[in-house]
Design a protein around this ligand. Structure first.
Ligand SMILES: [Zn+2]
Length: 260
């Protein structure tokens, strides 16, 4: 049985093959975030726009750890948080506010990954934010939005400000809170998350080392711009596609129940 057949073998008949494949990828993304240690108990949320719709998304059930997420327990909701198919779970309201804001403001975005990690929060709390100090960070050079902390996102009127803060950028730094990474599919959004995490971790180590008096070497601006443009537009495929099959194999080795 090949990978696609395995995915579809657990598919309930009322869910289209396209939506099921997306659910499997999104459930894998949750498992990977837990595996890499970027989860935050049952908090934070990742989502995907339902294929063929403009106003529906799949998001995690409130109260489940990320390693408990499966393709079938993801909840289908509209952007007001109304649950659209029978479920024993409720969505996380702050997730509806934040993810709905991005989908409403950015028709190009199909997936949103939201993390709270120490590295995200530390870099976001620095006035200059993420700096181009590593190859990982180059893809974000002048391609990051920043959003000032307003408290837990429970007010729908924050949506307009979130949309303004992210602009056309693929990633939004939520200062003092975490990160929002977007993608045109799950693999791209996960890749954005992965590279931001590695960038932030490296930056914090560099800045800690420099506290001893060492001077930090920063590549010239034109080098950063050239590399950022290459990552943004000149790659033969979307970011993250090359490693996604390998990441699914990792998920299968860890616990294949995400596919159910
Ligand atoms: Zn959050």
């Amino acid at each position: 049985m090949d990978a696609l057949e395995t995915r579809n073998s657990a598919r309930p008949s009322h869910i289209s093959p396209e939506e099921w494949a997306l659910r499997v990828d999104l459930a894998a993304c949750y498992r990977l975030i837990a595996h890499f240690g970027w989860d935050d108990l049952v908090l934070t949320h990742n989502s995907a726009r339902v294929p063929g719709t403009t106003d529906q998304m799949l998001i995690n059930p409130s109260g489940l750890m990320f390693d408990e997420i499966t393709a079938s327990n993801l909840i289908k909701v509209d952007f007001d948080g109304k649950v659209l198919e029978p479920s024993e779970y409720e969505p996380i309201y702050a997730g509806v506010v934040i993810h709905g804001a991005i989908y409403l403001g950015r028709p190009d975005v199909q997936v949103v990954v939201h993390t709270h990690t120490e590295a995200d929060i530390a870099v976001g709390a620095l006035e200059d934010g993420l700096l181009p100090l590593s190859q990982w960070a180059m893809r974000f050079f002048k391609r990051l939005g920043y959003h000032d902390y307003e408290g837990v996102s429970l007010d729908m009127d924050e949506r307009e400000r979130l949309q303004h803060s992210i602009g056309d950028n693929p990633v939004l730094v939520l200062r003092n809170h975490g990160l929002l990474a977007t993608g045109r599919n799950v693999a791209e959004a996960f890749s954005m998350t992965y590279h931001f995490e590695r960038s932030a971790e490296a930056q914090l180590k560099i800045q800690a080392a420099a506290a001893s008096g060492q001077k930090i070497v920063v590549p010239p601006e034109e080098t950063c711009e050239r590399q950022s443009a290459q990552f943004a537009g000149n790659m033969p495929r979307l970011m993250g596609q090359r490693e996604w099959p390998a990441l699914l194999r990792l998920c299968d080795k860890l616990d294949p129940s995400y596919r159910t």
